[in-house]
Design a protein around this ligand. Sequence first.
Ligand code: BDP
Length: 710
Amino acid sequence: EDGHRAWLRYAPVPDASRYRYLPSSIIALNSTKSSPVYTAGQELQQGIKGILGKQLLVNTNGTRKTDTLAIIVGTADTYTKIYGDFDEAGDLEEDGFYLSTEGRNVLIIGSNERGALYGAFEYLSRLGQANFEEDSYVDNPHAPIRWVNQWDNLDGSIERGYAGPSIFFRNGFVADNVTRVAEYARLLASIRINGVIVNNVNANSSLLSTRNIEGLGRLADAMRPYGIQLGISLLFSSPRDLGGLPTFDPLEPTVDAWWANITEKLYAHVPDMVGYLVKANSEGQPGPLTYNRTLADGANMFARALESHGGVVMFRAFVYDNHINPANWTADRANAAVDFFKDLDGKFDENVVVQIKYGPIDFQVREPASPLFSTLRNTSTAIELQVTQEYLGHQDHLVYLAPLWKEILDFDMKADNRPSKVKDIISGGRFRRPLGGSAGVVNVGTNTTWLGSHLAMSNLYAYGKLTWDPSLSSEGILQDWIRLTFGFDKTVLDTITSMSLASWPAYENYTGNLGVQTLTDILYTHFGPNPASQDNNGWGQWTRADHTSIGMDRTVKNGTRNAGQYSPAIAQQFENIETTPDNLLLWFHHVSYTHILKSGKTVIQHFYDAHYAGASAAQSLLTQWSSLRGKIDTERFEDVLFKQTYQAGHALVWRDSITQFYCNLSGIPDEAGRVGNHTHRIEAEDMTLSGYKTYAVSPFHAASGPTHSA
Ligand code: BDP
């Protein structure tokens, strides 16, 4: 159990005999090996063998009527031609499926090939959880765009990836061996993802070399049997850097022609390429603003190139200048997206989707929903989430993210005072847009666990499930994943459920609460405590902490005016300190450390208490996991035990660093007398050095003593 099979283990279920009507054959209505329906047939065969221990034959000719009980999988068109009409055909939407286990045969009918494969995975997921109920239903997606983004570089490294090198690229080129790519596509199809952007948003123009374009064709071929379409990130200056043109101005006809030509070449190798992802004019990247053109001019240039091929441009809203002057109290990176995009609404071509990070800054442990979601009414939008835990403990801390994502998806932006939940905006429903959906930054690597941690895989599973149906509950998704990954033991189910649901609040408590953000090292790794690095830098993730007060004043009245970017009802709520929830207080307001919260505590005492509570919750994660010894295979048990031990220790480092830092800064002691009391530590300066050298700890507050060593 090295994690490689993830939730597709197809482990035997204990009470298979309860399943009375085990079919005796599989009929997959497509014999072409690269077709998802063919894949579905193979997958059903493999799954049933594992789960129920029975070897079924797969018949792909599908022309004969069957006398014995069969599982029939195919598209609605093919099914109808052979077996006649079925009532639910009219309810199927693109990528949706109909699953029936109650008639003579098991029917798995997709609106298209991909939908049929989703239905097969659904059926196997139910069997794998010993859910043998007989029923039938249609299941359709919430939104058409359900993509993942990989931040893989051509040299094989992965930006913000914590699971080893890339499965897609090596030494500057597309990898020769695509086995893991096909396996990844299979995992993604099982959670109903339909597109993968394979390379980093900080893109490299040599992706577009002839050799790499051929390689992309190979990647697409490996993923096609799973209904996964390939897309790529583009570097805006490629016409100059790779093409040798003197310019990359989007309104220059030669530039336009260059992109049209490259796009033709790509489609010659990847005929079903899903589209492009573009990061422009962000963190030093080139873009249309370099030539005083608008972001829409830039996006539409790609849209024109893609249009005749049916491709989509995901244009990122993460546009900002990372050289903001921190001394300017009205400067605010949180304003950037709306500032840059508000006058462009309606100016994007129909096949452009603006891809918006969930909050206005950058994947922090707590952010309000981005105000851009309700600003763009005549532009299609998608939400960008992060499965890779960049600011959230990499994959060394357990942080189950579905509750965080659901808070954002369920947030009501109250556009025009009408219900406007983020999930209904990105589906295209609320503003009647033709496109929309989600992009999740995943960053799997070659590690056998995919993400570098067994438990982190619940996040990938939940991401896919929520893109398809955001109304699912965090707990329900989690428990399906636990059963498929770890089996049926009730204690295992309860323990991992309890650990996972406690994990986001714990992490928030020990890393940065009240909306102050994750107080992590901001300039490099985004890992480990470094509250001092949050201020006085050009990246604009500021706490504005001084000796008396803390928090970013984002009010219209006295601050950066960010609250005013929301619809009037929400703006009013955040503008007013009384109506701002405590968990976003320091996001929107600058207050004294002695400001009294709704809980009755002062801000500083809340900091102390929360950090102690969070660190203690992290200890409890370890205790809970330890109790599962003997109930889980040794390999995964030990791997997770190692991670949980690390998290428990690192949470103490977090707790002590942050509380000490703010105690020093504010001069206000902890009422409970805990802060500064490091009797639990064995101080390095009390030990005798043997084979070790002294080391200046950075950041210094991670050390406990005045000598700055630990
Ligand atoms: C930041 C990451 C950086 C990404 C950037 C982005 O630190 O690695 O390139 O976001 O999303 O959070 O473009």
